[in-house]
Design a protein around this ligand. Structure first.
Ligand code: ADE
Length: 223
């Protein structure tokens, strides 16, 4: 899969895109990540990418032309399955959306900023609008990182058996069971006996019981 992120702050992505699972996904050839600075597509001599809103109102609005030119440039090179716009008024992101996006070959993620982007960008180019929750971030960059990370980990082959995404919370509609490692006794706080029993059936029964218990207590809406 190839993901092109359009942003005014490409440097924000450097750390996140070059570490951990995203680094591994790229090294294994499962994922290609590119960032594009929208400002590079400004034809204005001061490289402006925003302007005052018609009709007045607070804040600046990202202009249609630099974004359109950047998207058209990318589209002239390959087909894109989706142009995603990160915005607080989009559809709320969840595991099933991440799974669905992981099936795409190429996608563009456009990060919003300021008071918003010119509505014509949304009308003419955007195919999906995604929010990562009911709160307002300063920009769409952190949302784009969350989406890329959640999508990358479910691309087949990115995770190995040990880190399999199948045991992630939400993947089976339930939260994950608690996990423990050595020492078995930390200052009198002991790991549940069943996990030390070696009995796979009992361990699996215990895990499912804990998953149900946790989901019922914390996220009854999922049941
Ligand atoms: N941009 C600002 N807030 C956002 C949110 N909650 N989700 C996605 N993009 C955003």
């Amino acid at each position: 899969m190839r993901i092109d992120v359009l942003t005014l702050f490409p440097e924000m992505f450097e750390g996140v895109f070059s570490q951990s699972i995203l680094k591994r996904a790229q090294n294994k050839g499962h994922l290609e990540l590119f960032t594009h600075n929208i400002r590079d597509y400004s034809k204005d001599k001061h490289h402006r990418v925003d302007d005052y809103p018609f009709g007045g109102g607070p804040g600046m609005v990202m202009m249609v032309e630099p974004i359109a030119d950047c998207i058209n440039d990318l589209k002239s090179q390959r087909h894109y399955d989706a142009v995603i716009f990160t915005a607080p008024d989009g559809q709320t992101f969840n595991q099933s959306k991440a799974n669905q996006l992981s099936l795409y070959q190429n996608m563009i993620i456009l990060c919003g900023h300021y008071k918003g982007v010119d509505e014509r960008v949304r009308e003419l180019f955007v195919t999906e609008e995604i929010s990562i929750g009911d709160y307002v971030l300063s920009g769409g960059e952190i949302a784009a990182m969350a989406i890329v990370d959640a999508v990358a980990r479910v691309i087949p082959g990115v995770l190995n058996d040990e880190t399999s995404a199948l045991s992630d919370s939400f993947q089976d509609g339930l939260l994950s069971a608690p996990v423990y490692t050595r020492p078995a006794n930390y200052q009198g706080h002991c790991v549940p006996d069943v996990l030390l029993s070696g009995n796979e059936r009992l361990i699996n029964d215990w895990k499912l019981e804990k998953q149900l218990e946790r989901t019922k207590a914390r996220r009854p809406d999922l049941l």
